[in-house]
Design a protein around this ligand. Structure first.
Ligand code: NAD
Length: 482
């Protein structure tokens, strides 16, 4: 599965106008070569999706449900080779790669169990009026590099179930698994229903501006989200934006430190911190600050970081060079401002200079609130620990800033935690857990963390437009609106 990557347009393999190297972040060797989609090939992909639209949108909902389930089956049947490929291009451990692929299947199955609502507005002698949800048309699905399949599942499942056709674009850093999934699905879905294109930095903007695309479902950084919205504005293309986060967790003084430390650790460092919903600022009450810091540091010492293909490794490298350099600049800034690293710090200080984008697990000990490591989304294995005395102060600091994706509160007293949680400005607030998502629950960012929602019934509705049909009865017997 490491050679021969082609795009999928109208159900067939299409080579790119050219190719580029996709690097393995663990050693910077070439993991594979990906096609570069030319502007003409993007036009072909959009045309294929548009040509498939009448047939797919007219396919009975129950049939589409079965085909979405068949997509899950076909991808899971290739779990072994796909997980190796995902680890090579993304860097995560083989177990985590398997978890992501199975999660993709879980999302498709869960979403396939949902249905679209129908509202009877009026059923009287004069009039029958019904509102149903109809597909938007051709959906452009644009996905980041942290969970190439996981994030795509959030989009493909509802888009296809609702009757849309799709052009799916992975990040240029992680296109290989997506291209293989496109290949696997050529025999599963009718031609043109799902097209997969890959390319350079120009491809995403061309999609957002493409007049043949009716909706952009985008996941990625807030900065790029603004560009997506601007690109979509001239044609009023619908957008959903799932963007960045700088999620706070607030730890109250009554927690059981040893029990909570491990959960917090994984809430921060899973996928080496490259999770939109990772805890990115940890506010700890002064009574438990030192013991929790020590417990986190001790637990970190038990977790092995290395190439995701190696046995026993649980955390891999940062996925790409620009992100690695950004995290290093945050660490340099912390060092320049005299912050203390409870563990970790800049890789060069740890004697790490080998190939691969490895950043040591790092805890920054109570940096000032206005420092870059607190104010910016780090998206890597680096966490600021922040001490607070007064819960009012913690809530104010947690709510500051442009983001509002997720938040969590940790306490032995769920009611006390809830009282705090209700005051946090975020689309999802967890009490005594974090990052728990399901296909049945709406997921949305507040403030500049997003626009619209994904998952659950509301996420499915995002891929539709309401259509109201009204029949004047005037003594006739019209009883159905279809
Ligand atoms: P990114 O914004 O650089 O890229 C994301 C995708 O957008 C890629 O496919 C990229 O090629 C494409 N793209 C880049 N410029 C574009 C443009 N002008 N128009 C259209 N598409 C364009 O983000 P990233 O660095 O790949 O991902 C990391 C970010 O994603 C983090 O901020 C993280 O928090 C966020 N994220 C959010 C969620 C969520 O659900 N809210 C989930 C995962 C990641």
């Amino acid at each position: 599965m490491t050679t021969g990557f082609t795009m999928t347009i109208a159900g067939v393999a299409i080579a790119g106008a050219s190719e580029y190297d996709v690097l393995d972040p663990a050693d910077e060797t070439v993991a594979g070569r990906a096609p570069v989609c030319s502007p003409e090939q993007l036009d072909q992909a959009v045309a294929a999706a548009r040509a498939a639209l009448p047939g797919w949108s007219a396919t009975p909902f129950e049939e589409r449900r079965k085909l979405v389930l068949a997509v899950a089956d076909a991808v899971e049947a290739q779990l072994e080779p796909l997980k190796r490929l995902l680890t090579r291009e993304q860097g995560k451990s083989l177990d985590d790669a398997a978890g992501e692929i199975l999660g993709f299947g879980y999302w498709l199955r869960g979403t396939a169990s949902l249905s679209l609502p129908e509202t009877v507005n009026e059923d009287s002698a004069e009039r029958l009026s019904v509102t149903r949800r109809v597909p938007l048309g051709v959906v452009g699905a644009i996905v980041p590099w942290n969970y190439p399949l996981g994030n795509a599942g959030f989009k493909l499942a509802p888009a296809l179930l609702a009757g849309n056709t799709v052009v799916w674009k992975p990040s240029p850093f992680t296109p290989l698994t997506t291209l293989k999934v496109g290949e696997i699905l050529r025999d599963v879905l009718p031609p043109g229903v799902l097209n997969v294109v890959s390319g350079d930095a120009g491809l995403g903007p061309r999609m957002t501006e493409h007049p043949g695309i009716d909706m952009i479902s985008y996941t990625g950084s807030t900065r790029t989200g603004r560009q997506v919205m601007a690109g979509a504005a001239p044609t009023l293309t619908r957008v959903t934006l799932e963007l960045g986060g700088n999620d706070p967790a607030i730890v109250l003084p009554d927690i059981d430190v040893p029990a909570v430390a491990e959960k917090l650790f994984w809430g921060v460092f899973a996928n080496s911190g490259q999770v939109c919903l990772a805890i990115k600022r940890l506010y700890i009450h002064r009574d438990v600050y030192e013991p929790l810091k020590q417990a986190l540091a001790a637990y970190a010492g038990t977790v092995r970081m290395g190439p995701g293909t190696e046995a026993g490794v649980r955390l891999g490298p940062v996925q790409n060079r620009p992100q690695y350099d950004r995290i290093l600049s945050l660490l340099d800034d912390s060092r320049a401002h005299g912050h203390t690293f409870a563990i970790g710090g800049p890789p060069q200080d740890q004697g790490q200079d080998g190939p691969g984008y490895f950043v040591p697990l790092t805890l920054v000990d109570n940096p000032s609130e206005d420092s870059r490591i607190v104010q910016e989304e780090q998206f890597g294995p680096v966490l600021p620990l922040l001490r607070f005395d007064d819960i009012e102060d913690a809530v104010t600091r947690a709510n500051a800033g442009e983001y509002g994706l997720g938040a969590s509160v940790w306490s032995a007293d769920p009611e006390a935690a809830l009282a705090v949680g209700r005051r946090l400005e975020a689309g999802t607030v967890w009490i005594n857990e974090v990052q728990h998502l399901t296909p049945y629950v709406t997921f949305a960012g507040h403030k500049q963390s997003g626009l619209g929602s994904e998952s659950g019934p509301e996420g499915l509705i995002e891929f539709t437009a309401p259509r109201t049909i009204t029949v004047r009865r005037d003594g006739t017997t019209a009883t159905a609106v279809s």
